[in-house]
Design a protein around this ligand. Structure first.
Ligand code: ARG
Length: 479
């Protein structure tokens, strides 16, 4: 949105007395941030009010001035909420726009607000307040996503599918177990955002431009009013570092990476060549030329937008790395990557929670794929080991059985006991160890049920993991 252009009389600039000539229109636009930092208007007002109240408590500002500031800010908040606030590029950022309007509304009290404060500690405070809210929203969305994921995992705690390594059929797993892997990934994401919130939730205000304020300020009371857990302990650090924003982008990049991997799987699973799932039409689009197409646009875009979030992380790291202490204007460039990261993560999680519900599993296709790659070969080797054959001999014997199955065009699990014995014969001690129960051991269900430990794919272990996860979520405190 383009801010209103009001013609700049020489005196509109906050620092104009020091300058002999006005900046060009391009420089004005180049150095301005009001286009994007007006998103922090609510936080800016909140921070200003806390600052003004502290100044009044400390006797730095009169009660009358405070009342004027509170009245003016209340009106500004209404104007902004109604979309009536006149944003102007002549005041380069959200802070100056609001302060100018405040002064227009309440006069000198507005001019006194900035006592003992700089835009440097002001902006650092605003970003932290803004990011804290974004993190809280993201934590809620992760939990919603996780609960949906657990519901689908529970519905498919018994549904066998091929587990892959190298994208080759490896061993049977259940679809529920497979989904629980993503539950674990996002559990760690939740921890990372929670942890990042701790370091975000510290108050920079009071650092002023860089060296602190020469008034008898009370930073603790400001921190309490604004809900900060701690105070930034060094004024130079408080105004200059943006590591909390970088951490947020790193946590976001990892979350997106996890969702990107899941997206890649959904795309593969719904490819007609694989056919493990169908995805609800509302997440897909057709082709403008090929009438038969149903494309998984949403998961593809999740995969694509992960690149964009990764880019923001690198942008912020690069933004920070060359800056000497303390504040430099470079830092104004932190906001767009940060906002876009939060927007992307919030939209992605919101869509994903719904998309998980939109997955329709095709169990027959999963089972069919599972009986095409000798997925229970390891189970046969394990069976022989449990009967006393050394593992390396068992491995070799089973390789022969796989070859025999291939020759017959069958899956290993479909061979009869006699066929298995014949295949294993060349390995001394192998064939005679096979008994009737070997067939159960190399069935899909036998393979699944054998892995009943914590973290295993047995349906009962999956159900126990889901119960544990739900329990964790129920007792989880968001902040
Ligand atoms: N718009 C600026 C930012 O985003 C606010 C701080 C400006 N401070 C200054 N000394 N120029 O960082």
């Amino acid at each position: 949105m383009t801010p209103e252009h009001t013609p700049p009389p020489e005196s509109t600039k906050t620092w104009s007395g020091r300058f002999n000539e006005p900046v060009s229109e391009l420089v004005k636009r180049y150095t301005a941030s009001v286009f994007f930092d007006r998103r922090m208007a609510t936080q800016d007002i909140k921070g200003s009010l806390a600052h003004a109240r502290m100044l009044a408590r400390q006797g730095i500002l009169s009660e009358g001035d405070l009342a004027d500031i509170e009245r003016g800010m209340a009106q500004i908040a209404v104007e902004i909420a109604r979309g009536e606030f006149q944003w102007t590029l002549d005041d380069e950022d959200v802070h100056l726009n609001i302060e100018k309007r405040l002064t227009a509304l309440v006069g000198d009290a507005g001019k006194r607000l900035h006592t003992g404060r700089s835009r440097n500690d002001q902006v650092a405070t605003d970003i932290r307040l803004w990011l804290r809210e974004a993190i809280d929203h993201i934590l809620e969305l992760i939990e919603i996503f996780q609960r949906r994921l657990l519901d689908v995992a529970e519905a498919h705690a018994d549904t066998p599918m091929p587990g892959f390594t190298h994208l080759q059929v490896a061993q049977p797993v259940t679809f529920g177990h497979h989904l629980l892997a993503y539950y674990e990934m996002t559990r760690r994401d939740f921890e990372r955002f929670t942890d990042c919130r701790r370091r975000t939730n510290r108050l920079p205000l009071g650092a002023a431009a860089l060296a602190g304020a020469s008034y008898p300020i009370d930073r603790e009371s400001v921190a309490t009013e604004l809900g900060f857990d701690e105070i930034c302990r060094n004024s130079l650090d408080a105004v200059s570092d943006r590591d909390f924003a970088i951490e947020f982008c790193a946590a976001s990049a990892l979350l997106m990476t996890h969702l990107s991997r899941l997206s890649e799987e959904i795309i593969l699973w719904m490819s007609p060549r694989v056919g493990f799932i169908d995805l609800a039409d509302r997440f897909c689009t057709g082709s403008s030329i090929m009438p038969q197409k149903k494309n998984p646009d949403v998961p593809e875009l999740v995969r694509g937008k992960t690149g964009r979030v990764n880019g923001h992380l690198v942008a912020l790291l690069t933004l920070m790395k060359g800056q000497p202490l303390a504040y430099n204007k470079d830092n104004q460039e932190d906001k767009e990557p940060l906002f876009d990261t939060a927007d992307t993560v919030i939209d992605t999680l919101t869509i994903y929670a719904d998309m998980i519900d939109g997955i329709r599993v095709k169990p027959d296709n999963m089972r069919a794929a599972l009986t095409q790659g000798h997925a229970t070969a390891t189970d046969l080797a394990d069976y022989l080991v449990k009967k006393g054959l050394p593992f390396r001999d068992a491995h070799e014997a089973v390789a022969l059985a796989v070859r025999a199955a291939e020759e017959r065009g069958l899956d290993l699990s479909r061979l009869s006991l006699d066929e298995l014995r014949a295949a294993l014969a060349p390995v001394p001690g192998a064939a005679e160890r096979l008994a009737e129960d070997a067939l159960a051991a190399i069935s899909i269900e036998g393979s699944l049920c054998a892995r009943a430990h914590i973290g295993g794919t047995a349906p009962d272990a999956v159900r126990a993991a889901i119960a544990r996860a739900r329990n964790d979520l129920d007792s989880q405190k968001v902040t």
